[in-house]
Design a protein. Structure first.
Length: 77
C-alpha cells in the first residue's frame, strides 16, 4: 500500500461526501488523534533516563546475551 496514494484517495472521497454523520465521525477521529500523545511523551523523567542509559550501554558494548541473563536471574524466577 502506497500511503500517499491512499491519502489522496481519501481526500478525493471526503471531498465528495454529503453525509454529515460521516463527516462528524471523521472530525471526531481527527480530534482524538490530535489529542493523543506519543508514548515517549508520557514517560516520567526517570523512565526516560533509564531507557537512554540502556541505549548508551548498548552503543558502548555493555551488553549480555540472553543465555547469560537467564543464568544470572534464573534463581529469582
Amino acid at each position: 500500500m502506497n500511503i500517499q496514494t491512499e491519502k489522496l484517495s481519501l481526500i478525493e472521497w471526503i471531498s465528495r461526501l454529503n453525509d454529515t454523520s460521516i463527516i462528524e465521525k471523521l472530525r471526531e477521529i481527527k480530534d482524538d488523534y490530535s489529542k493523543s500523545k506519543d508514548w515517549w511523551d508520557t514517560l516520567k523523567k526517570e523512565e526516560m533516563e533509564s531507557i537512554n542509559r540502556g541505549i548508551k550501554d548498548f552503543e558502548e558494548g555493555r551488553i549480555h546475551s540472553h543465555i547469560t541473563a537467564r543464568n544470572i536471574y534464573e534463581k529469582y524466577l
